[in-house]
Design a protein around this ligand. Sequence first.
Ligand SMILES: C=CC1=C(C)c2cc3[nH]c(cc4nc(cc5[nH]c(cc1n2)c(C)c5CCC(=O)O)C(CCC(=O)O)=C4C)c(C)c3C=C
Ligand SMILES: [Fe+2]
Ligand SMILES: [Fe+2]
Length: 345
Amino acid sequence: MSDSIKTAVILTNLGTPDKPEASAVKRYLREFLSDSRVVEGKGLRRIAWLAVLNFIILNLRPRKVAKLYRSIWEDDSPMRKILNEQVTELQLLLQQNYETAPCVFAGMTYGSPSLKERLESLAGHGYQRVLIIPMYPQYSATTTAPIYDQVARFQLGRREVLDIRIVKSFYNHPAYINSLAQSIRLFRQSAQPAEKLMLSYHGIPKEYADKGDPYPQQCHQTSVLVAKALGLSENEWVTTFQSRFGPAQWLQPYTDKTLESLAQKQVKAVDVVCPAFTADCLETLEEIAEENKEVFHKAGGESYQYIPAVNSSPAFIAALMTLVQEQSADWLKLDNQADEKNNAV
Ligand SMILES: C=CC1=C(C)c2cc3[nH]c(cc4nc(cc5[nH]c(cc1n2)c(C)c5CCC(=O)O)C(CCC(=O)O)=C4C)c(C)c3C=C
Ligand SMILES: [Fe+2]
Ligand SMILES: [Fe+2]
C-alpha cells in the first residue's frame, strides 16, 4: 500500500437485531423492511405497504421472530459474531502477506455496526481508500444494491469524496467456489454423504427477477460450478429457494416443497448447503437446519444434514484475500518476504 494513504476494507453483511427481544427485532425489521429496495413499490403501492408494515407486520412478527432468534443466539447474533471473526481472520491473513496491510472492519446495511457510521468514522480518521466487500456472493437489487445506495448517500455533498470500490458479486469466482466445495467435501468426509445435495438459496419475489434482477441466474451458476468442482452428476444435486415472505410468488422451486416431493419420491437422505449465505444466521440455523429438517422427516425422509456456511473457514478467508488483491492491487504493495515465504511452502 502506498505509504501515506490510509486504506480500509469493510466486510458488509445484511444486519441483525441487537438483542433477541421483540423490541430490538421490531427496530431491525422496521429499518430493513422500509427500504424500497427490499420491498419495492411506488405511489399507492408504497403507501399500502408502509401501512401493512407499520400496523400489522411490526405488531405481530417481532415477538414470533424474537423467539426464533433466541433459539440460535449465542452471546450475540450468529451473523454478527461470524462477521467479526471473518474480519479478524482476514486482518491476520493480510498482515501475513502485506508490509502495510489495510485495516479490516465490519459494517451492516441495517442495524449495528452500521456501514453508514463506519464510513463516517473512517473519513473522520483520515482514510481515503475503502474497499467494500458485500458478503453476498450473488448480486441482488434487494441486498447488494442497498450498499451502493448507502455509499452514494455518504458521498453526496462531500467536497472530497472517498475513493470507494465495491465488489459487485463473486458467485462464480474460483476462490469462492473452491471454499464452498471444500466445506462440502470436508463435511461429507466426516459424515455419510446423502444421495442428494440440495443447494438452497434465499429467495426473492419472482416479479423482481422478471424485471431483470440477475440473482437467480447467478445462483444457478454457483450451483453448476460447485457441482462440477465436486464431480456430481445431474441427478445428485438440486437448486432451490427458501425464506418466502408474504403472499406473492417467489423464486421456485421452493426448498420446503422440494424436500416434501423428494421424500415422496423415496429419496431418504439429503444434505443441504446454503451458498447465498457466507455466514450462518437465522435463515440457515433455524429455517434450514431446524424447520426444514422437520418438513423432510414428516414427509418420510430419514436423514437430513445441514452443511454449515463457509463462515471463517481458511479457504473462505483466502478467497476474501484474493478479492482484496484483485480489486485493490494498485493500492497494495506485496510484502516480498512474505510472498517468498509462501512460495517456498
Ligand atoms: C421482504 C423481503 C425480503 C427480501 C427480498 C429478502 C432478500 C434477501 N435476504 C437475504 C439474506 C438474509 N435475510 C435474512 C432475514 C430476513 N429476510 C427477510 C425478508 C427479505 N429478504 C426478513 C423479514 C428477514 C428477518 C427474519 C424474518 O422476519 O423472517 C437474513 C438473516 C438475518 C439474521 O439476523 O440472521 C439474511 C442473511 C438475501 C441473501 C436476500 C436476497 C438475495
Ligand atoms: Fe432476507
Ligand atoms: Fe426465514
